[in-house]
Design a protein around this ligand. Sequence first.
Ligand code: H2U
Length: 357
Amino acid sequence: MSFNPTEHQHIRFNPLKGEWVLVSPHRMMRPWTGQVEKVSDDENQTKTDATNPLSPGAKRGNSQVNPNYESTYTFTNDFPALLEDIPEPEVQNGEENELFQVKAARGTCKVMCFHPRSDISIPLMSVSEIVKVIENWMRETKELGEKYSWVQVFENKGTIMGCSNPHPHCQIWASDFLPNEGRVKNETQRKYFEKHGKPLLKDYVSQECSKKERIVFSNSDWVVLVPYWALWPFETMVLPIPKEELVPLPKRMTDLSADQIKSLAEAVKVITTKYDNLFNTSFPYSMGWHGAPTGKYLAENMDHWVFHGIYYPPLLRSATIKKFMVGYELLAQVQRDLTAEQAAERLRNCPDRHYKL
Ligand code: H2U
């Protein structure tokens, strides 16, 4: 019997995180008698909902009233997880204890509404509307990045992902520390660069572009692919395409040119449309962007970084059956059923035109 990756289990390595994933494709055959999710409520959104605190003109939790915004609108989160002004934690006896380490965590949190309408999610927006969203992500990243080490732009979409409000929006959390994801990716990319003299993700995307089997979509500047080491069933990464050897890839979102913004808006529209078309539902996910650290790191050499986006969608078999990251995943290591190549093929074959349009 010879090895067939679509039949035989194996482990794959994620060089960005330094972690392995168990791939068990034969498990897709098993019958499912477990939890079935409700079909997403996002499907039934009305065009406007004046009672929603994220809508134009609505009153928010802190009694502030939103302006009658017509495009995107950003405000400081009324219930932020990070505040700017807090006292320094006390170190016992003035000494650091290796087993009980603590540091101050300062920052700020913002909410960005994508669109005045409550029923228009990213895939239903026009490319020029998505360009506005990206420009605002860039503006916030630049402004907050002058002060903070890490600016995390992320969107939680769908109640299944813990999103508390169906109005299309994302969040931006800026911190004076590097969160784990950023810290680990900074270290792994730096080590690769020191060894090879080239960015890890530049090498990775070049090889993916020639192999083609995990590519979902590409345009002049961007490729959307299911990474070789994907954890979530239909996880994707959005990566810039290396062109001329001497032209560096963007390290941060703030490096993007007007052309790259427009082509990124198209890539974002296509991948989110394909997601919705996969199970004919408003496809839930957590997504976000990663680029070189900012704040005090702006003065450091960050040539090892390549700016990229990540989509983590939970659905596995249908609009109502999700992947659980539980037992083995929490106690041993992440396991997936269908292979990255099978997921890429399914997404590639989904139409680029939204099923609602
Ligand atoms: P999620 O749907 O991803 O939970 O994001 C909604 C955010 O909006 C959440 O962080 C904020 C919540 O604190 N929010 C306000 O800041 N003001 C409000 O009046 C409602 C919600």
